[in-house]
Ligand binder design. Structure first.
Ligand SMILES: [Zn+2]
Length: 108
């Protein structure tokens, strides 16, 4: 038995019926899994580019974008998304505070 007899996705031995042609994967699920793994790098690059573009549109300074990128690299995308959500709530709080301050100023 050689490595050719093993599925390239899960590593399990591929069972052949007599006369069947050689296969790279044991089943359709493993074939799909291998396909998705091949797509991932390009997909990840695109997602990172989209995210950075969104932060730029929001007017985040470069230093903040760098920190969010570092956070995503170390703790994963979900961590960066969570911090972005917190920043959005914080923005709303600040906007509300400014409005209240301005309202008081106008009363005086
Ligand atoms: Zn397999």
């Amino acid at each position: 038995m050689s490595d050719d007899d093993r599925c390239r996705a899960c590593g399990k031995r591929i069972k052949y019926k007599a006369g069947a042609r050689r296969r790279l994967y044991c089943d359709e699920r493993c074939r799909q899994k291998a396909y998705r793994a091949r797509q991932r790098p390009a997909h990840t690059e695109r997602r990172i580019a989209e995210r950075m573009a969104r932060w730029r549109r929001k007017g985040y300074p470069d230093s903040l974008i760098e920190q969010l990128m570092a956070l995503g690299n170390v703790y994963g995308d979900q961590a960066a998304d969570a911090v972005e959500s917190i920043l959005m709530v914080h923005e709303l709080v600040v906007i509300q505070q400014v409005r209240e301050r301005d309202a008081k100023r106008n009363e005086a």
